[in-house]
Design a protein around this ligand. Structure first.
Ligand SMILES: *Cc1c(COP(=O)(O)O)cnc(C)c1O
Length: 369
């Protein structure tokens, strides 16, 4: 079988809003001659996102990784922090970068999210926090994690890079734990070229993070805290404002693609598509397929076939963070407690979706499967 496409289909192809409106914003930025440092557009976008998420504070950042680093530092984390290993490497790096040991926790076989039962077993006297990741748009078991954090006096925060526009028990992601961190990288459902945000309902924490993202400046010539540069530019905020106007359209395109994939994959023995709770808000951002034993090809052989046909599906996430440097060397035995992670990482595949995918291109991918 051979199907060839003129265009290559990518996982994480960007969703792009109205171009004319973006160009208008760029002209306005030049007219104002205010390029960064919490300009008008950054403030407007912060307000819009806080309203959308129903959260008190939204602090826009230059990217999700720096946002994670600032959140971790603002919460005074140290020693060890428990995270899943099945995540993007930045979750681990944001800790290691600050000499905090990421302690890798196994996942639930069905949700692929950090397993609260496994979390409890990893707590030591050095543990200061749990950082959950709402993987592939599906919220963690937040209530169970909060109960464990409360019981052991630990902080709880979330890497919510995958969960912008998703809800948990009727409340938008962005409101849970001490704070939550979003990424607005080009590949995410909502993008600002590069960008990110921290959201929190805690006033003093928000104030501290605002200081930290701007070198600790409390006013002109007045530094009162150690800090870094985590600011978002006006150009990124302009992209965010333009894209935010169409966020529902982006999510609807993902949902339409998901439903097309779902219908067809249900008929294919050995392939299992990720499932979502239809009663919650979801961004349908990742089309994640698990390749089982009954499928005639292995996951890796299937990826090769897709790539040979210009479908840039991804082994997402493979391998687990514990199998990449520096963690592989620093924690050579971590894998012994991560059997579910290793199994799932060897079977998952992310398929292209987003506004760049037409129903016809989804159909072409499905023919190949
Ligand atoms: C994208 C992503 C990040 C990093 O965000 P950047 O904005 O690219 O720095 C962190 N964690 C997860 C789970 C991600 O998917």
């Amino acid at each position: 079988m051979s199907i060839s496409f003129k265009e290559t289909l990518h996982v994480g192809a960007p969703n792009i809003g109205d171009r004319q409106r973006f160009h208008q914003y760029v002209d306005e930025i030049f007219d104002r001659r205010w390029l960064t440092n919490r300009g008008e557009l950054v403030q407007e976008l912060e307000q819009k996102l806080a309203d959308y998420l129903g959260v008190k504070h939204c602090i826009l950042m230059c990217n999700g990784t720096v946002a994670l680093e600032i959140a971790i530092r603002a919460l005074d984390l140290a020693g060890e922090v428990i995270i899943p290993s099945l995540t993007f490497i930045a979750t681990a790096h944001a800790l290691q970068w600050q000499q905090i040991k990421p302690v890798f926790c196994d996942i639930d076989r069905h949700t692929y999210n950090i397993d609260p039962k496994a979390v409890e077993k990893l707590i030591t006297e050095k543990t200061t926090a749990i950082m959950g990741v709402h993987l592939y748009s599906r919220p963690c078991d937040i209530d169970a994690l909060q109960a464990i954090a409360d019981k052991h006096g630990l902080k709880l925060l979330f890497d919510a890079a995958h969960a912008f526009g998703c809800s948990y028990k009727g409340q938008m992601i962005g409101n849970f734990g001490a704070c939550e961190v979003f990424s607005f990288h080009a590949t995410k459902v909502f993008n600002t070229f590069e960008g990110g945000a921290i959201t929190t309902n805690n006033d003093s924490l928000a104030e501290k993070m605002r200081l930290m993202q701007n070198f600790g400046f409390a006013g002109v010539d007045n530094v009162i805290h150690v800090g870094t540069n985590g600011k978002m530019t006006e150009i990124s905020a302009a992209m965010g404002l333009v894209n935010f106007l169409e966020i529902n359209k982006f999510i609807e395109a993902n949902k339409r693609n998901y439903d097309l994939y779902k219908q067809a994959i249900a008929e294919i023995n050995g392939l299992k598509l990720i499932e979502f709770d239809e009663n919650q808000c979801c961004n349908w951002q990742y089309i994640v397929v698990e390749v089982g034993d009954e499928y005639p090809r292995s996951r890796d052989a299937l990826i090769d076939l897709l790539h040979a046909n210009n479908i840039r599906a991804r082994k997402y996430f493979w391998p687990g963070c514990h199998r990449m440097e520096p963690y592989r060397s620093l924690q050579p035995d971590a894998g012994s407690l991560l059997s579910v992670t290793d199994l799932v990482a060897s079977r998952l595949l992310a398929m292209p979706t987003g506004t760049g995918m037409t129903a016809k291109s989804v159909g072409n991918v499905l023919d190949l499967l």
